[in-house]
Design a protein around this ligand. Structure first.
Ligand code: ZN
Length: 156
């Protein structure tokens, strides 16, 4: 069986940036399970995994355009320190916005704090080492819900 649209694939992966720094990995955890072809993963991952078989190991280099997008400077803004109440704010901290998004602190000034609403991996070239652990057809329910059920997926 190969990874094609509406197949559930289980993969182990390690994500590094171009300096070799590990940004994320499924090592030591359950494999990631997802449904191919419906946007569960970033486009570059789905393209790289399409047609591959169980047991294959791949190295995928993914551009920001096919990853988490390019950085949009317009999504950076300065907010007054008072907006954070009395808490200590440091570069790299993440906050939920009232609109449900997530911003990352990129600069802490005396009176103003700069936050960035870009995805933390926007503008980053992604290097994935992937091993395909298992492939099975998605059930009708899974396709209707748009996510995997059972081990590694939703339980409901
Ligand atoms: Zn469901």
């Amino acid at each position: 069986m190969q990874i094609t649209k509406h197949k559930v694939a289980s993969i182990h992966y390690t994500l590094t940036d171009n300096d070799g720094k590990i940004l994320d990995s499924s090592s030591g955890r359950e494999p990631l399970t997802y449904i191919q072809g419906i946007g569960n993963l970033i486009p570059g991952m789905e393209e790289g995994l399409e047609g591959k078989s169980k047991g294959e190991k791949l190295s995928l280099k993914i551009s920001p355009e096919k990853g988490y997008g390019v950085k949009d400077e317009a999504l950076t803004q300065r907010v007054p320190r008072t907006a954070f109440g009395g808490q200590e704010v440091k570069v790299g901290m993440q906050f939920q916005t009232n609109q449900g998004g997530v911003v990352t602190v990129t600069h802490v000034g005396l009176s103003e704090i700069t936050v960035d609403a870009n995805h933390p991996l926007a503008g980053v070239e992604l290097n994935f080492a992937v091993e395909i652990m298992d492939i099975r057809p998605a059930t009708e329910d899974e396709i209707a819900h748009g996510h995997v059920h059972g081990p590694g997926g939703h339980h409901h």
